[in-house]
Design a protein around this ligand. Structure first.
Ligand code: UN1
Length: 504
C-alpha cells in the first residue's frame, strides 16, 4: 500500500477538499515503485491556505527576527540529521543520482544556516538628516503572504532558496511544489512546522507554512490570482513565467522569476583540456541535463575542436546510466515519460537541421533494467551553427550541441546569441582573456575554468534577459526581495522643521 500524504493548512494535515489525488512514481522504476498518493487540490484549498497565512502573518511578523533565525537554525539541523533519508527519497522520486540529491539537500542546509544568521543582521541603513535634532533611520519590514511555485529538478534547494529568506524576514508561506516531487516538499514542510513548534512552544503559530499539492494550472493559477497573496516567487519555464508575470503583475504583486537557460562552455586553445572535458561531461549530463544551469552548448576553439570532440564522445559513451540509488551510476533517467519524449523531439529536430551531425546518443536507453524507466542516452551534436533550434531553445535533457569558434570574441558572441543569460563558462589559462570574458559575457553567472553548474547558496543566483525579471535568489540580494523598506524620521527639535524649505 502506497503511503497517503496530505496538505498542511493552518497547522493541520488534511486531504484536498475535493478528495482528488495523484500518484508519485519512481522515474527509474515506473511500474514497480509507487511512492505515494498526494492530494490534488483546487482553488478552495488555496483560499483556505492563503487565509491561514494571512492570519498567521499578523503574529509571525512580531516574532523577533533573531528568534525566527533560531527556527531556521533548527530546520538546518533537522535537515542535516535526515540528509541521507531525504536524498534517497529524492532520488527515488525524481531520478538524479544519490551524490547529487545529497548535494541538493546540502544546498538547503546551507541556505537554512545562512537565513538563520541573517535573523541577527537584516541590516538597515541610517543616514544623517539635513535638519538639526532629527534622526533618519530605515528598516526592513516583511511584506505579507508569499506564494511559492517550485520545479522538480531541485526539489529541496529551490524551495529553501525562496522560503527560508522569506520566513526569516517575517513573511508567511503558501507552497505549491512540482507535482513530480511532492514527497521532498512534504518532508521540508514537516521539518519547518516541527521547528516552529519546538522553538515557539505554547506560542506556536499555525499557518506560517502551508503546503497545497496539485497542478500548476489549478493551484498555481489560484495562487497568482489571489488578492491576499502579496508576492510570488517562481522557478520554471519562461513560458509559464511570462504568464505569472502578467497575472500577478496585473495586481502589482512583487514577482521573482527564475526561468530558462541555454548555457554555454567556451574552451580556448590554451585551456587545460582534460579539465574542460571533465567539466563539460558534468555540466551537460549531470542531473541528466535537467538543470537550468546545464551546459547545453559547447563552443570549441577550432584548433582543439577535433581532438576534444573525439575524447568527448568516447567519455560520454562510457557514462553509466541507471537508478541513482544503486551504486556506480553516473546518470539517472529523465524525470518523466513526457520529458523524455520532449528531449527526443528535439533530437529529431536536430537531426533534420542543416548539417548538424549526431555524434552519439540520440535514442532511448532501454536495455535490461533501463527499460523500467525513462532513460535517454547522453547525446551530442557537432557541426551545430548559431541560430539552429537545438542551439537556441532550452531542451532540459542530456543533449549537448557543439559549435566552433575562431577566437574568444567570436566564442562570446555565440555564447551571448540566445534570448537567455543564466550561466556561462570559459576555459583558458590566459588571465587577460578570462577578464575580458567576465566583462563581455551577458549572463548572471560566469565560471572561469569550472562547469556551468554548481552555484553556491550564499552567492546571488539568477540571470539576465529572458532568464528572469532581474531578481536574484541566494546570498544577500534575496533579502531585498522579501522585505519592504520603511524610512523613519524622528524629530526631537520640538518645532516644525520643513525639509528642503527651512534649511535653504
Ligand atoms: C537549477 O538548475 O534550477 O548551480 C538550479 C547549480 C545548482 C542549482 C541549479 N546549485 O547548478
Amino acid at each position: 500500500m502506497a503511503e497517503k500524504f496530505k496538505n498542511l493548512i493552518n497547522g493541520e494535515w488534511k486531504d484536498s477538499k475535493s478528495g482528488n489525488t495523484f500518484e508519485n512514481r519512481n522515474p527509474a522504476r515506473w511500474n514497480e515503485d509507487l511512492i505515494g498518493i498526494f492530494p490534488s487540490s483546487n482553488e478552495e484549498d488555496v483560499k483556505e491556505a492563503v487565509a491561514a497565512a494571512k492570519k498567521a502573518f499578523e503574529k509571525w511578523r512580531l516574532v523577533p527576527a533573531p528568534k525566527r533565525g533560531d527556527i531556521l537554525k533548527l530546520v538546518g539541523d533537522k535537515m542535516n540529521d535526515r540528509k541521507d533519508e531525504i536524498a534517497f527519497e529524492m532520488t527515488r522520486e525524481m531520478g538524479k543520482v544519490l551524490a547529487e540529491t545529497k548535494g541538493d539537500t546540502q544546498e538547503g542546509i546551507d541556505t537554512a544556516y545562512y537565513a538563520a544568521s541573517e535573523g541577527r543582521r537584516l541590516f538597515g541603513h541610517n543616514a544623517p538628516s539635513e535638519l538639526p535634532d532629527k534622526l533618519n533611520l530605515s528598516f526592513r519590514a516583511p511584506i505579507g503572504v508569499g506564494g511559492f511555485i517550485t520545479p522538480w529538478n531541485f526539489p529541496m534547494a529551490i524551495p529553501t532558496w525562496k522560503m527560508f529568506p522569506a520566513l526569516v524576514c517575517g513573511n508567511t508561506c503558501v507552497f505549491k511544489p512540482a507535482e513530480l516531487t511532492p514527497k521532498t516538499a512534504a518532508t521540508l514542510v514537516e521539518i519547518i512546522d516541527e521547528a516552529i513548534k519546538e522553538v515557539l512552544g505554547k506560542d506556536y503559530i499555525p499557518g506560517v507554512i502551508n503546503i497545497v499539492h496539485g497542478k500548476g494550472r489549478i493551484v498555481g493559477e489560484a495562487m497568482i490570482g489571489h488578492p491576499d497573496v502579496d508576492l510570488i516567487s517562481f522557478t520554471g519555464s519562461t513560458l509559464v513565467g511570462k504568464r505569472i508575470n502578467e497575472v500577478a503583475g496585473g495586481s502589482l504583486k512583487r514577482v521573482s522569476l527564475e526561468l530558462g537557460g541555454k548555457n554555454a562552455q567556451i574552451v580556448m586553445d590554451d585551456a587545460n583540456l582534460e579539465l574542460a572535458l571533465d567539466a563539460v561531461l558534468w555540466g551537460a549530463f549531470g542531473t541528466t541535463g535537467q538543470r537550468c544551469t546545464a551546459t547545453s552548448r559547447l563552443i570549441l576553439h577550432k584548433d582543439i575542436h577535433d581532438e576534444f570532440v573525439a575524447k568527448l564522445a568516447e567519455r560520454a559513451k562510457k557514462l553509466r546510466l541507471g537508478y541513482g540509488n544503486d551504486g556506480n551510476v553516473d546518470v539517472g533517467p529523465c524525470v518523466s515519460e513526457s520529458q523524455r519524449a520532449s528531449v527526443h523531439e528535439y533530437v529529431e529536430i536536430g537531426k533534420n537541421e542543416d548539417k548538424a551531425t549526431l555524434l552519439c546518443g540520440g535514442e532511448f536507453a532501454d536495455k535490461g533494467d533501463l527499460a523500467k524507466g525513462w532513460f535517454y542516452k547522453p547525446t551530442i551534436f557537432t557541426d551545430v551553427k548559431p541560430g539552429m533550434r537545438i542551439e537556441q531553445e532550452e531542451i532540459f535533457g542530456p543533449v549537448l550541441s557543439v559549435l566552433k569558434c575562431g577566437s574568444l570574441e567570436e566564442g562570446i558572441d555565440i555564447l551571448n546569441g540566445t534570448k537567455y543569460g543564466l550561466s556561462s563558462s570559459v576555459f583558458t589559462q590566459d588571465v587577460n582573456a578570462a577578464c575580458r570574458a567576465i566583462r563581455d559575457i551577458k549572463a548572471g553567472i560566469t565560471y572561469i575554468n569550472g562547469a556551468t553548474i554548481g552555484a553556491e547558496a550564499h552567492m546571488p543566483f539568477g540571470g539576465v534577459k529572458q532568464t528572469g525579471n532581474g531578481h536574484r535568489e541566494g546570498g544577500w540580494t534575496v533579502y531585498d526581495f522579501y522585505t519592504e523598506w520603511k524610512a523613519v524620521y524622528i524629530d526631537y527639535s520640538g518645532k516644525l522643521q520643513r525639509a528642503q524649505i527651512d534649511n535653504y
